[in-house]
Design a protein around this ligand. Structure first.
Ligand SMILES: [Fe+2]
Length: 446
């Protein structure tokens, strides 16, 4: 046992007002404790209801490190379970998604379960008569996760029975999901393809921090996005409108002043977003017919209000980022202390022109894919950081940019877009949710 288990003060000491200790990225005990405390205390994204469009549809996912299974029941309700048979613990579903028909059937001994998780049948059931099975958890069927909220089709779960409610946890940050959904003239999003999966050899929090780091694109992405801009300048000739690819790449080369004025908004519990007044997504070409569809659906004023919100990256603490203006969700799934699986999902705006879906898919391929030229730049930095943090010369990571002494935590604020305050906000939330239930159990013991 290391120094951190059961020690809220030791964990809290890793997060100073504008510095974090390297152990948050490199210490295996801290990584284990994140699955015991941080993830179970937080609301974690499971999937999207459009992946469960018909009764019997299911998806599998991880909540923290817990394998879970979500299903659509015959009455239309959505249920989330721990993905293990109550008999011997065998995973009920090993596929990423599918349709199980009217029931799940364990492939080992054929115990079967309705799509709401209740026990349907056990072969040779007589053998359990008088054994007391009916008194045991195993007879209840698939172990259910009780705290599940489906918010505008986004499925979130909290593993711990008690904790912060969904509404209090996310608060006003849900406005980014609202805006993404409202961008469909039918108010509906659909996942229609598998995500792009990209394994990163770094701690998962480096990726989350990067989502609101606006001082790196013009530096780290100069070799990729900068080259795209140079090539376009050379080749554009008389054309005034850049092709879609150049429109996606070029804003990464925006100067510091652009990010400074576009702003960052922070919310309580570690959530926050870049691109308050405008963003790198603001100047894409209009898509024919889309504005007319939006006006027909929402009226002139509301349609313009929805489309005027062009937020860049919204972090839903702890490990999801949503891009409302380009309909992408990235899930940073921790695998090991220095290994993270990144899943980047694209949503179609139901009823909107295909061109918008094409743009979101292209953005995902160009920026988030293993074949992207931009994503590599970031990964190289994370790998170097993961290695460099082994150095004993300095054990602290600096987050002091635009820090103001006396800065409050767990507040809503709009600030200069090059501030590192959202990173400070995340680590404040990290320390809070890492220790929340430790504190509670200490109080209960008193
Ligand atoms: Fe980047």
């Amino acid at each position: 046992m290391g120094p951190y288990r059961n020690s809220a003060p030791a964990i809290r000491a890793l997060v100073r007002e504008a510095e974090v200790h390297r152990d948050v990225y490199v210490n295996p005990e801290i990584f284990e404790l994140e699955f015991e405390h941080l993830f179970p205390n937080s609301w974690i994204y499971v999937g999207h209801a459009s992946q469960l469009s018909k009764p019997g549809d299911f998806i599998t996912a991880n909540v923290g490190r817990q394998p879970v299974l979500a299903s659509r029941h015959s009455d239309g309700s959505i249920h989330v379970f721990y993905n293990r048979c109550p008999h011997k613990g065998v995973k009920i579903a090993s596929e990423a998604c599918g349709n199980t028909g009217k029931f799940f059937r364990c492939p080992y001994h054929a115990w079967s379960f309705k799509t709401d998780g209740s026990l349907l049948a056990i072969p040779l059931k007589k053998g359990y008569e008088g054994t007391g099975l009916s008194e045991m958890q195993a007879s209840e069927g698939l172990p259910k996760i009780r705290n599940v909220v489906v918010y505008r089709d986004f499925i979130f779960a909290r593993l711990n029975d008690s904790g912060v409610s969904f509404e209090d946890y996310f608060g006003e940050s849900l406005s980014t999901i609202d805006n993404m959904v409202d961008r469909s003239p039918q108010g509906e999003l659909a996942i229609q393809a598998a995500p792009i999966r990209y394994m990163h050899t770094c701690n998962w929090k480096m990726l989350v921090e990067n989502q609101t780091d606006t001082c790196h694109p013009m530096v780290a992405h100069e070799s990729s996005a900068g080259t795209a801009v140079k090539v376009w300048k050379r080749e554009q000739g008389a054309s005034t409108e850049a092709p879609m690819a150049v429109q996606l790449y070029a804003p990464f080369m925006s100067p510091y002043e652009f990010y400074e004025q576009s702003g960052i908004r922070i919310w309580p519990n570690g959530h926050g977003h870049t691109g308050v007044s405008n963003s790198i997504h603001s100047n894409y070409s209009d898509v024919d017919g889309y504005l007319d569809q939006m006006i027909a659906a929402y009226g002139e004023a509301r349609a313009h209000e929805i489309l005027a919100q062009v937020r860049h990256n919204t972090v839903y603490f702890p490990n999801v980022m949503v891009k409302g203006a380009v309909q992408i969700l990235r899930n940073f799934i921790p695998v090991a202390v220095d290994k993270t699986l990144v899943e980047s999902w694209v949503f179609r705006l139901v009823g909107a022109p295909d061109k918008l879906y094409e743009r979101a898919l292209m953005y995902n391929r160009f920026i988030n894919a293993p074949t992207s030229i931009v994503g590599h730049d970031d990964l190289e930095m994370y790998e170097r950081a993961q290695e460099g943090l082994r150095s004993d010369g300095n054990r602290w990571v600096n987050l002091r940019r635009l820090f103001e002494p006396g800065e409050e935590s767990d507040v809503t604020a709009v600030i200069n877009g090059t501030s590192e305050r959202q990173m400070r906000n995340q680590f404040h939330a990290w320390a809070k949710f890492m220790t929340a239930d430790m504190e509670m159990s200490a109080e209960a013991a008193e």
